[in-house]
Ligand binder design. Structure first.
Ligand code: AMP
Length: 263
């Protein structure tokens, strides 16, 4: 009697919709999050001088061709999280970007000259670019790089800062708000900044800045003013949120000292 009741209970439990639902939902959720289209884009730029100050084993070189803020990436994002490696068969092909390689070396350079020239572009295309293929403007790898170069030109952080008389200077520092206000004044919304704090000097250096764009490539507010849509800063291990309590250094590119070895 007891055993048949137990068997019957197990059968009823497995057959009931409420048992199947969580499993089915989890599965669906995973599928949806992998195949669903992204919500917005992050355009992130690097100040190369600060990037070459990061400790580590890379040989970092600011080549003569580089004289401005440079692209880190154009990254599709979900409102929570982000997709990556969206088309594993669409591998990076150097030949496709050959016609624009001079511009890429200038505005999207591989600063780590101990790695193959193409490796940074390969990483950005395969991890992030393949997730932008759902945009009507991006039908292939060349489109992705070309479009991102265009966005860097449109949202040229160096020029925007210069308009507010904020220029690289090794002997003075700025308030964090000066950077934010300068960009916010020129664009529709404030940027999100990240800084590198040098261990020895404990000084804070501006490292990267990012803005967000909708799928029509118009800027949207993802700064801390907009708590509802505040984008998480996706920095590397050397960067952190800039502290408003510390001065912010914006070092000159110092291209006389082109090769910096970090150990
Ligand atoms: P992501 O996954 O897009 O955040 O890219 C991070 C990867 O790109 C890391 O492997 C970094 O070491 C590398 N990286 C970031 N900036 C540069 C740069 N300017 N030159 C070369 N590699 C870089």
């Amino acid at each position: 009697m007891h055993i048949s009741f137990l068997v019957l209970s197990v059968v009823v439990l497995f057959a009931s919709p409420s048992f199947q639902k969580p499993h089915g939902n989890n599965h669906d959720q995973n599928q949806v999050s992998e195949s669903k289209d992204f919500d917005y884009l992050v355009l992130r730029q690097i100040w190369p001088k600060t990037s070459c100050m990061f400790p580590g084993s890379h040989q970092c070189t600011i080549k003569n061709t580089v004289s401005s803020w440079v692209i880190h990436g154009l990254w599709p994002n979900y409102n929570v999280g982000f997709p990556s490696f969206c088309n594993k068969t669409d591998k990076f092909r150097p030949d496709l970007i050959q016609p624009i390689v001079a511009d890429l070396e200038k505005y999207w350079p591989n600063l780590y000259t101990d790695t193959p020239l193409n490796s940074f572009w390969q990483h950005e295309w395969e991890k992030h670019g393949t997730c932008a293929l759902s945009l009507k403007q991006v039908t292939n790898e060349r489109d992705y790089f070309q479009m991102t170069l265009g966005l860097r030109e449109k949202f040229d952080f160096g020029t925007l800062l210069e308009k507010a008389s904020i220029v690289p200077d090794n002997s003075k520092s700025y308030e964090l708000a000066e950077f934010i206000n300068a960009i916010e004044k020129e664009l529709a919304f404030a940027p999100v900044l990240s800084c590198f704090v040098e261990k020895e000097s404990k000084r804070q250096f501006l490292a990267e800045m990012q803005i967000c764009l909708n799928k029509s490539l118009e800027q949207i507010d993802c700064s801390e003013h907009n708590k509802a849509k505040m984008v998480a800063m996706r920095a590397n291990e050397h960067e952190q949120q800039c502290s408003p309590k510390m001065p912010v250094h914006y070092p000159v590119l110092d291209r006389n000292q082109k090769i910096i070895f970090n150990f």
